[in-house]
Design a protein around this ligand. Sequence first.
Ligand code: ADP
Ligand code: MG
Length: 709
Amino acid sequence: MVVSQFIIIFYQWNKMKVRTSDLPMVNLGFISCTEVRMNIHDRIDSLKGIGPKTAVLFEKLKVHTIDDLLRLYPRTYLSYDKPVDIAEAEVGTRVTIKATIQSYVDVKRIRSLKIVTCMVKDGTGAVKLTWFNSPFLKQVFHIGQTYYFVGMISIRNHQRVMEHPEYYTETQYNEKLSSLQPVYPLTDGLSNKVVTKAMQAALPMLSEIEDGVPQEILEKFRLMPLKHAIEGSHFPKSFDEVIACRDRLVFDEFFWFILRMRMLRERTVKSANQYVINDWDVVDSFIEGLSFKLTNGQRQAVTEIRNDMMGNTIMNRLIQGDVGSGKTVIAQIALLATVKNGYQAAFMAPTEVLAVQHYEGVKRDLEPYGVRVELLVGSTKPSQKRKIYEALSKGEIDILIGTHALIQEKVVYRNLALVVTDEQHRFGVRQRAQLSEKGNEPHVLVMSATPIPRTLAIIMYGDLDISVMKDMPANRLPIKNCVVGPKYRPTAYKFMLEQIQEGHQIYIICPMVEASENVDVENVVEYQESLLEVFPESVRIRYLHGKMSPDEKNQIMTDFANGFIDILISTTVIEVGINNPNATVMMIENAEKFGLAQLHQLRGRVGRGDAQSYCIMLCGTERKEAIDRLNILNSSNDGFYIANEDLKLRGPGDFFGIRQSGDMIFQLGDIYNNADILKIANEAVDYLKDFDCSIESLIKDIESEQIQL
Ligand code: ADP
Ligand code: MG
């Protein structure tokens, strides 16, 4: 865990201070480090009540140790309210009723299923309760007893029913009334009850968690102790407490992130430029030869890159441009310049699909200039990998394109002078550091479509210079948007057919199902079946989901890019960076379930060519807030505007459900919603400088201990 690494770092720092200074030691609040018994890092099956089988399930949630477990935070909380009258209970919502048992508990068998039912009533009405496979309830409930039942009321055969209600005695329920129940991220086979129990068992271990943030900072910024924050996040008494605890945890995420980034900057920014790129003649003719004119923003970015690469210190630049603003060609220009000056370059993408797409683009566009390109991804065959490693170290490959595989140990470059990463938000600072270390301090170019305001960008990308590309290519027609209900679906299909007949292609993003990837798979498969019934046989429909092998995914994306597929049904795996200018319709099912930024990214898959494009957002609810939110996208195609409006709509502490999913590398923090905490964390890191210890000396210490950033 990142945080625990930093506990070690601060511990080192602390030791060093003792060695190098006879000033009174600053109270750093983690002096007990020396006597830490490390059992918080024990595997979770050492907890009472967790066997090896359950541990395997937890591993799916990336929980291996007790420490990991304590940092598996609830995704939401259930509150227990005062009971309502049965007659008043709203159908379709979760309510509590206080009711008396009216009938014997009845157990019916239907095939392997045991259905347990029982009638209850209060002074205002009656409800039929049902449970599955819980015959023991016969022994629990007796006529005349009163219980609190919590569940969703629905109507079946004109009768009010509650399925699988939780039940409590008066005393038990009174305890619940004053608390919130955590709801954890789950995986098949692992219930919320089991996770909650495990968490309760792990809580005593909290005393071993060290608060890595120095005491001075805790005091100055009035931060609550880390232990309280973790405990309160799991078992809060109120939503106010949840917010306060989360704020502390979010602070930590940002604080350590910014600190790491500062370290990276100290390491790289001032490095001398060992790869001066002087010859730009080939690049000039490449730009001449493009089938389009560069936008002003693109030209400005090229000038800045050129100045950087010719300058005295190495380039560390972020290109920030909205989806479709044409960042890829900027990467190609930098790659070409590097190679034409006799060096190697690497181009890293967050997914295999995207890496393959970039590989094909670079091959097509740069091979004519005598550039030798290779692809290295996780699924590359071992024999091919070995060949690539060898050719690379001999300098027989000029540009290597790929995923994380590019930074694996075995990859040795002969003279790596430039590293480009696309859609950087998927990579942490750490990967960037690793990649830089591959070469002897190469130039770094990072591309991002995340629309963050400049003040935040400076914090988030503090180690980078920033080029913003504001304008879109001139040939683009603005995407036409609509937000509609499910009833519109047949009309949408009809419209799609017309587009297909005109030679265009279509994306459909399948309904998103929470918590289970397996269900997602079923979903796309079923969706395809339903479409096969609607569209004529000639329409080629395929699907794509996260569980496919990389080869399969790549094949489908290549087929789609080559026009062999008319409709591509997909989960959100499609989201990042895919470019098929011939696709003109993006339909998103259950659009209300996505974050606005993610929807904007999805929509950015169309409108990338000169044909009119359309985005159809199907909204599965009639809730006004959901529709208002989608209308923001409906009314604008500008990523910055959308991010801002999204922020205005969200209240403070509104952190469930609409996180900018996938956007950033934080578990809890959201750079938009928690912008204020981001700023405070930045101040806190600044404040560290007032301590008698530079970040530089920290870094030396880390290196000597071989602790990786
Ligand atoms: P993104 O910024 O989202 O990565 P891409 O680089 O994939 O966008 O570009 C999207 C499409 O726009 C590509 O097909 C690309 O060839 C095209 N393109 C890029 N720059 C221009 C331009 N100046 N004029 C016209 N089309 C352009
Ligand atoms: Mg892109």
